[in-house]
Write a protein that binds this ligand. Structure first.
Ligand code: ADP
Ligand code: MG
Length: 268
């Protein structure tokens, strides 16, 4: 594969849930080695897109190529090409850090010697090697995320998908986590696809950004291109000018809604 070749190609991708269009005819490419961010408010369609890209949801229409495989028609081949860290933690908290790694290695059929080498490398990288024999239930939120990232990288994926990886983490842990990911991106040439609703995060870490709102890609480009396009000086202003609303307002609104639901007795 050539250096500047697209590792992800998405054409006219749509996902409907009944009559509701969650992802509406989006197209984009991600180049090999790039860090690409999907920036948008809650409910924009970010998780739905990641799920389609990682074979977990079947598109209503459109095409996805990942590492040159057709994601729908060649889903098994595709699965070895990527690692994923979900929005909701998917670790087994009744197991140790190492046991969580082992299960993943078994799932991907990683040979024992390769597994030993790689798990030590990765757990050292996320500074959890000394805690490898501890139960995950005793880990902090930041430690769990770091373990998930290490696990997602165990089978040497070409693309790492991260769905709001720093959601709910304090700023220091967020920065720390991103320095790991950037390091990996540079050392191993891993392509990173990240979703976020943190403006500063997209601005800082992404080579290119796609702004997604109500299931549509409103604009895409580098942070500078998005600013130029809108004649604004910050990404925040560019976002406002492109979508007609601030990203926080909406995130705040749905947060309020969720809290309201909790107060009304936890009904959803
Ligand atoms: N399984 C589903 N059934 C019905 N609606 C869904 C389902 N999954 C997601 N949605 C809706 O699709 C929209 C996009 O959701 P999602 O992709 O989770 O957004 P984001 O990750 O950007 O917050 C939301 O309005 C959400 O309620
Ligand atoms: Mg989401």
């Amino acid at each position: 594969m050539l250096e500047d070749e697209n590792i992800i190609e998405v054409r006219n991708l749509t996902k409907k849930f009944g009559d509701f269009v969650a992802v509406n005819d989006i197209s984009f490419e991600v180049k090999k080695g790039e860090t690409f961010a999907f920036l948008g408010p809650n409910g924009a369609g970010k998780t739905t897109t990641i799920k389609m890209l990682t074979t977990l949801l079947r598109p209503t229409s459109g095409n996805i190529h990942l590492n040159q495989f057709d994601v729908v028609k060649e889903s098994n081949k595709t699965r070895h090409s990527f690692g994923i860290v979900f929005q909701d933690p998917s670790l087994d908290t009744d197991l140790t850090a190492m046991e969580n790694m082992e299960i993943h290695a078994a799932l991907y059929g990683l040979p024992k010697d390769l597994y030993n080498k790689r798990s030590e490398e990765l757990l050292n990288m996320v500074e959890l090697w000394d805690r490898r024999k501890d139960m995950v239930r005793d880990f902090s939120g930041g430690m769990k995320r770091r373990l998930e990232i290490a696990r997602g990288l165990l089978h040497h994926p070409k693309v790492l998908f991260l769905d709001e990886p720093t959601l709910g983490l304090d700023p220091q842990t967020r920065n720390h986590m991103w320095s790991y990911i950037k390091d990996l991106n540079q050392k191993e040439g891993i392509t990173v696809f990240v979703t976020t609703h943190y403006m500063d995060e997209a601005d800082k870490v992404a080579d290119r950004i796609a702004i997604i709102d109500h299931g549509k890609i409103i604009a895409q480009g580098t942070s500078d291109e998005l600013k130029q396009k809108t004649g604004q000086t910050s990404l925040e202003e560019a976002f406002l000018s492109l979508t007609g609303h601030a990203i926080r307002e909406q995130a705040g609104e749905s947060e309020m809604k969720r809290m309201g639901q909790m107060w009304r007795g936890g009904k959803r």
